[in-house]
Design a binder for this molecule. Structure first.
Ligand SMILES: [Zn+2]
Length: 735
């Protein structure tokens, strides 16, 4: 179920990309619970030792570690370029402390690439506007103040307590005390707590307000592993795995790690300039082990490729980010209940890096995929939530060669209950053919109705097209198109009737004059393309719309587009164009025709109209049957690269909207491993008239792999199915 994979046919990309990419992949390695990231952990490390080999040059070493020659010279106080075999060099780990502006760079691109907010970048460099100039050196890190310290350290092979104490500037005695160590013996893989936990910190907290995302927990008298596992929604087996426990015995005062860190995931995303041997060196592994675990023949790896650092035992599945339990069960032809029983899971929640016992799994069911022109194994594997190795073994392939027309066995897409229509049976092509009398125009990124975008793809960040009709006429056309879709849905079977009586308002974020985030990405040819948040979010929202209706819910969209419905995007070099033509789904709001009448974001936006549309939709709906789902894929540097569910929390009192928080918790497992929930003061949630209101940040455009994923309709469909699954299970759970 590999999710991070990049096309292998790379052309030369602009400097900013490689810079961006290597920082992005760093960003990928966030710890859970938002405590620390490797970025910060790296800063306090003393640096990697590198022993110069025969024939090495400073330039090659610099390339391998993605640092500059000047930097290596500085770290090692070298005056010339000469190095000798056997010489010990110190390589400072990431991040870059500064970046020299290249022609064509923008401040926001650099901010995005370096994973820090534009505001912070301005502050660090004392810039007020967006003006930067070629050659300008920008500080990316505040050198004097590095307050954020990691809270845990995972012991690496060969490390002594003394090394660790020195690295974090803490005494050995303190580490021993914080980790209840009786001796100085530590073992690789052991997680050491670095933070002091005040003795009575948790004692007075109310249980129901306990932070469900707490990273560490100090064992209190009377606790046992199962009560802790239940309280924090982790399996006992995972707690033992994370804390290196052989038995179930724990002691009051002992600090337990509750969530896996990115290190526990044991995945490395290949960066520019890396080789199998440099990666092996980094993790102190053998090249042959990495090759074996990842079933790599030869030594070719590509930037962005995800490498596992830990092999799974037979009949064990290691959870990847974004995997939901039901997906794993389905992939191995098991029932969710069976998988839960085998692994002692009390809920459906699983975590990246968690090892799941599959028991003696029956033969895997499979679907068939016909190879298209331009396909390559990595893409096919990714589309079907498989690893390349998995795909190859399922098809008994010796090499990666495939030809158009080949039939491959793949993991089947989602199947549901039997008496109803299956999701796989929904005829999406037919739904896309709903035209409402408008001329259908089939494009690579289409279909479109009535009018087509002027550009074939989003070529730069600033490109947009304005609506060509008046607000009223745009609205009439959008309504016609939506009505045609509704007629098609009404003629289809049902998935179930479990959402009967519910009214769900779907709010596709941004739209109209506000495109949301626009980020650079690479297409299959290695060329830069741009992903516009609102265009993609609208597509996901429409897919959710269809499926919720097929489960029996009444559904209302806050926004409508006049020229497109659900869209294919194949080939993936196609991107959706930033069209500023979505309108509010309301007669009343489309009577004027000034800019202020179009959907707008920002401080002076008109978000309250979304709330008004919801109010209107809920007019005759009984209490506790009203739900609002707002869809986004914002750039959020403060969150890891996982889906995020936001519920309303009062900024001043800290009081959450309880029903929405409960809902967020309930759907969390269905959105996939690693999904984070968070209370936040968000306008639409604060003012929502629904009983349950959440904002779903399905993708985080701060990460290149998420921008990549959004471009594929199969993965948008996967996101949509996860949401629908979550809603259905929540409603079922309420009885
Ligand atoms: Zn957004």
């Amino acid at each position: 179920m590999t999710l991070v994979y990049f096309p292998s046919h790379f052309k030369r990309a602009p400097a900013i990309f490689f810079f961006a990419f290597f920082l992005f992949t760093l960003g990928v390695t966030h710890f859970f619970g938002g405590s620390v990231s490797l970025l910060q952990a790296g800063e306090s490390k003393a640096g990697l030792p590198y022993i110069v080999k025969k024939g090495d040059s400073l330039g090659e070493i610099a390339l391998r570690y993605n640092v500059s020659v000047t930097a290596i010279k500085k770290w090692n106080k070298l005056t010339g370029d000469k190095i000798f075999e056997g010489q010990r060099l110190r390589i400072e780990p990431f991040p870059l402390h500064s970046y020299t502006v290249k022609s064509g760079d923008t401040l926001s691109e650099i901010a995005l690439a370096s994973n820090i907010p534009v505001s912070r970048l301005r502050e660090l460099n004392k810039i007020t506007g967006d003006r930067i100039y070629t050659g300008q050196k920008l500080q990316l890190v505040n050198d004097r103040k590095r307050t954020e310290k990691p809270s845990v350290h995972v012991v690496e092979k060969g490390e002594s307590l003394w090394d660790i104490a020195k690295q974090y500037d803490i005494s050995i005695a303190a580490i021993k005390k914080r980790n209840h160590l009786k001796t100085e013996v530590i073992t690789p893989g052991m997680t050491l707590s670095l933070k002091e936990v005040p003795e009575e910190k948790h004692a007075k907290e109310k249980t129901d307000e306990e932070d469900p995302e707490l990273f560490e927990y100090k064992v209190r008298p009377g606790d046992n592993l199962s009560t802790i596992a239940e309280r924090f929604d982790v399996a006992v087996s995972l707690l033992k795995q994370l804390n290196g426990l052989k038995e179930n015995r724990i002691y009051p005062g002992q600090t337990l790690q509750l969530r896996p860190t990115s290190l526990d995931e044991a995945v490395h995303v290949v960066r520019s300039g890396e080789t199998l041997s440099s990666i092996a060196f980094k993790y102190r592994m053998n090249v042959s082990d990495i090759k074996r675990i990842n079933e790599i023949e030869g030594s070719k790896i590509v930037v962005g490729q995800e490498l596992r650092l830990k092999g799974a035992k037979p009949n064990v599945y290691i959870v990847e980010r974004g995997d939901a339990l039901w997906e794993v069960a389905q992939a191995y032809g098991m029932r969710v209940e069976e998988l839960k029983r085998l692994n002692g899971l009390t809920s459906d929640r699983i975590y990246p890096g968690q090892e799941l016992q599959l028991g003696i799994a029956p033969a895997r069911p499979f679907g068939t995929y016909t190879v298209k022109k331009g396909d390559y194994l990595g893409r096919i594997a990714r589309l079907h939530q498989m690893s390349v190795a998995d795909l190859k073994s399922m098809n008994n392939m010796k090499t990666a060669l495939i030809y158009p027309g080949d039939q491959l066995k793949v993991t089947p897409f989602l199947q549901q209950g039997s008496e109803w229509l299956k999701i796989s049976e929904i005829n999406w092509d037919d739904l896309m053919g709903s035209s409402g009398g408008l001329k259908k125009i089939t494009l690579g990124n289409g279909p479109y109705y009535g009018s087509r975008p002027m550009a074939r793809r989003q070529n730069n960040r600033r490109y947009y097209e304005s609506a060509r009709l008046s607000l009223w006429n745009t609205y009439k056309r959008a309504q016609k198109l939506q009505a045609a879709l509704d007629r098609k849905i009404a003629k289809m079977g049902r998935l179930s009737d479990c959402l009967n009586g519910w009214h769900i308002v779907i709010d596709p974020g941004h739209g109209g004059l506000d495109p949301g985030a626009v980020v650079a990405n690479l297409d299959g040819n290695g060329d830069k393309v741009y992903v516009v948040e609102d265009e993609y979010v609208y597509d996901v929202a429409l897919r959710v719309y269809v499926m919720l209706r097929l489960h029996g819910a009444d559904v209302t969209l806050t926004l409508l587009s006049p020229d497109h419905l659900i869209r294919h995007s194949d080939p993936p070099v196609q991107t959706f164009v930033n069209e500023k033509n979505e309108v509010y789904n309301s007669r009343a709001f489309n009577r004027g025709n000034s800019r202020s009448h179009w959907p707008k974001g920002g401080r002076n936006g008109n978000l309250s109209r979304r709330v008004a549309i919801a109010e209107n939709a809920f007019k005759n709906v009984p209490r506790n049957r009203r739900m609002l789902l707002s869809f986004h894929a914002d750039i959020d540097h403060s969150s890891p690269n996982v889906p995020l569910v936001l519920y309303y929390r009062n900024r001043r009192t800290g009081r959450p909207d309880r029903a929405s928080k409960q809902f967020a918790k309930a759907i969390q497992p269905f959105l996939g491993a690693g999904t984070v929930i968070r209370g936040q003061n968000v306008f639409v949630l604060r003012n929502s008239p629904a009983d349950i209101s959440v904002m779903l940040e399905l993708r985080n455009l701060a990460y290149t792999d998420h921008a990549w994923a959004l471009r594929f309709e199969e993965l948008r469909q996967r996101d949509a199915e996860k949401v629908v699954r979550g809603v259905v299970e929540y409603v079922k759970g309420k009885g």
